[in-house]
Design a protein around this ligand. Sequence first.
Ligand code: MG
Length: 380
Amino acid sequence: MPTTIAIVVGGGSGSRFGGPPKQYRRLAGGAIFRRALAAFAAHPRIDAVQPVIGADDGARFAAACGDLPVRAPVTGGGSRSASVRAALDAVLADAPDRVLIHDAARPLVSPALIARVVAALDHHAAVVPGVAVRDTLKRAPAGTIEATVDRRDVVAVQTPQGFACALLREAHARGDDATDDAGLVERLGVPVHVVEGEMTNLKITEPDDLALAERWLATPRVPRVGTGFDVHRLAAGDGVVLGGITIPCGLRLVGHSDADVALHALTDALLGTLGVGDIGTLFPPSEDRWRGADSALFLVEAGRRVGSVGGAIAHLDLTILAERPKIGPHRAAMRARVAEILELDVERVSVKATTTEKLGFTGRGEGIAAQAAATVLYPA
Ligand code: MG
């Protein structure tokens, strides 16, 4: 696994709140900066967290964040870009493959967003989260509208921004300044990939933003449990695709897609928490494009739908009913693969298996069944 370090930039001294820098304002019981750091410190895909602080903020940082499992803070430079450069130099000894750069003023970054940026770095050297702009955009330099901006290809860009470490060092090598790190990478002519950001990933700039963040954090979360069940027939073949992995054996599961009953049951369990129908509604077998499809696609889409309405997957529990092939030796690999597909901590995924004592169609080895339960927390 590549080494990934998160740099959380909190060197700014400005505050439109009056008093100390805004990243030390309290939000629901802890400093804004603390929440931002804690999100990365607790994330399974982040190996270390490097805070950047202002020159006069040593004591403030120690009081607000000193007990967190993060590296000793480095002091930032005269600009945001200079602060990032100071942190890049500080982490050089650890030779990270990848770095994520995050603003300390975005304390509501979700584990799913961090995972999405890290996952996209498998395929892209530079990744930013972006959200579509809902409002109509106008140019109004002196308070009077001059023009309407075509918003169709406009995105509002957030952090964390992820980069191959060598690329970001190269982008910063000339010592230029930009409002974000992607801006420097763009100047090199390197494509920057956009993943879905989150409306809740607020940048706290104005007192209003703090009030909004307080309300979001205070919103009660309600668990919803969804269940899924699926069966596919067994036939002679050269491997069973189950739980996202291929078990080499003289059998295969028969179906329109790759017939992965386990991923189908999990997909239906997630869709069950949303009440939007089932896997057949979303991916009709009548559509040719799903022929032989990797069922991971279905599970990813279900996960995306859950996340798009603020849902967080608390736990998945899968039971496979099969006489053959033997599931036990592959259980850990299935668990890891499901966690990978949904960008979850593996602790949140349970995979179990049972035979049915030679009874029924599973017992006779005519097919495999799977059932799943998903627990998802949604804002009330
Ligand atoms: Mg199915």
